[in-house]
Design a binder for this molecule. Sequence first.
Ligand SMILES: [Zn+2]
Length: 107
Amino acid sequence: MSMVFCRGCGKEIHESAPTCPHCGAPQSIASTQGKALFSSYDQVPWYRKNWFAIVCFLIFTPGLLVVLFTGDVYYESKGQLKTYSKGAKIFLIIWSILYIIGALSRG
Ligand SMILES: [Zn+2]
């Protein structure tokens, strides 16, 4: 059993609780963001996790591009599941394309 922090009041609650028992705030990320498919970082597949994006960023840039184009990258902050912002994704996509072009032209 693991605990998460309420998105409303910040108190510790059980990760599977649909609403906070202290303040009643809904806890499902899907209900507030629409796009997110997971309610905790443990449910996120490894290829959608922050560390995998960083590994791709460092050693396999085309992989990062595929990850970014096919969905969101998730990370955990203060017990909350978050995704890369649109701005961060666009920056990484542009950076990846420039990197690949650079690598090809050195060929
Ligand atoms: Zn609460």
